[in-house]
Design a protein around this ligand. Structure first.
Ligand code: ZN
Length: 312
């Protein structure tokens, strides 16, 4: 039996990355569609998927890894919607409903970061683990991950980018830029926060030690908090800001300092280079996350139909 063809949509605030394939080594078609209004953007995404499926074979399932906040609860009436985004025109957009009207296949839907976490679990740095955190530090800061082999959900989904962070106002008087909380982690440490505080682009700031020392203070405090709260076996730090040379090493030092030897485990000894790591899927992590969600949705629907048919 040939491998099932999976559709993948990484829905972002500035662009939608779409693909059709079976996994990281077999992406048959790919497109980048700018995020405009929902009807136009989703229409172009659906057209790409329909055209690609026409060329390569029928779509078996679809995965959508979406910027948030979203409703990821399949039992909720709001399932598949973007909820309270500050992105104009996108609040209460029913992404899954739109796609379901065009593609009658199993659809997986989750946050972009839970999608990326699932892809890292399947193909990347978190292979073989069951409890880990994936944090992306870029235009915003978002976190997802798994606990005991299941993607993190609860009331809604974690918002690890919005945790409060200890800070020294004398050292950093910048008020923060999160529209909800001001100086939460995202408000202090996202790419736009760095650029607003220092008045220059991250690229121009790359050699400025004080910029990255402060950034590492904030990220290190957050990673130590996640470690204390959920005891992850691994913390993956991705996103554009984390590509600054040396930043991850600085973060590791802060994490160790914050934990202060309190949590005892071999993984937390030494320089933490095996504990706080870069993603295994450097490129295409987002769209592969969507593909992993599609694969998971397909597996669940097959399990359900097998169980269902065994009772007939
Ligand atoms: Zn916030």
């Amino acid at each position: 039996m040939p491998e099932a063809l999976l559709g993948a949509v990484e829905a972002g605030g500035t662009k939608f990355v779409c693909a059709l394939g079976t996994g990281p080594r077999n992406l048959l078609a790919r497109a980048v569609i700018p995020t405009t209004n929902p009807a136009q953007t989703l229409g172009r995404v659906a057209d790409f998927l329909a055209d690609s499926a026409h060329r390569h074979g029928p779509l078996a399932a679809l995965g959508i890894a979406c910027f948030g906040p979203v409703d990821p609860d399949p039992t909720s009436t709001g399932f598949g919607h973007i909820t309270t985004t500050p992105k104009p025109g996108w609040s209460n957009t029913d992404i899954v409903g739109f796609m379901r009207s065009r593609f009658p296949v199993p659809i997986g839907f989750d946050t972009d970061v839970n999608g990326a976490a699932l892809a890292e679990h399947r193909w990347g740095a978190a292979k073989g683990l069951d409890t880990f955190v994936y944090l992306t530090v870029g235009t915003g800061i978002g976190g997802g991950g798994m606990a005991r082999g299941r993607l993190l959900h609860g009331l809604v989904h974690p918002e690890m980018g919005h945790v409060p962070i200890p800070r020294d106002f004398a050292k950093d008087p910048y008020p923060g830029r999160c529209p909800f909380h001001g100086d939460c982690l995202e408000g202090l440490a996202s790419g736009p926060a760095i650029e607003e505080r220092w008045g220059r682009s991250c690229t121009e700031l790359v050699a400025q030690d004080e910029v990255w020392e402060l950034e590492a203070d904030y990220l290190g405090a957050a990673v130590a908090t996640y470690t204390l709260v959920m005891s992850p076996q691994l913390v993956i730090l991705g996103g554009g800001v984390m590509q600054v040379p040396g930043l991850i090493q600085r973060v590791r030092i802060r994490v160790a300092r914050r934990l202060a030897g309190y949590v005892q485990h071999p993984a937390l000894q030494g320089d933490l280079s095996e504990y706080v790591v870069s993603p295994g899927l450097a490129q295409d992590a987002g769209v592969l996350g969507a593909m992993a969600l599609a694969s998971q949705a397909l597996r669940k629907s097959r399990l359900y139909s097998n169980r269902h048919s065994s009772h007939v």
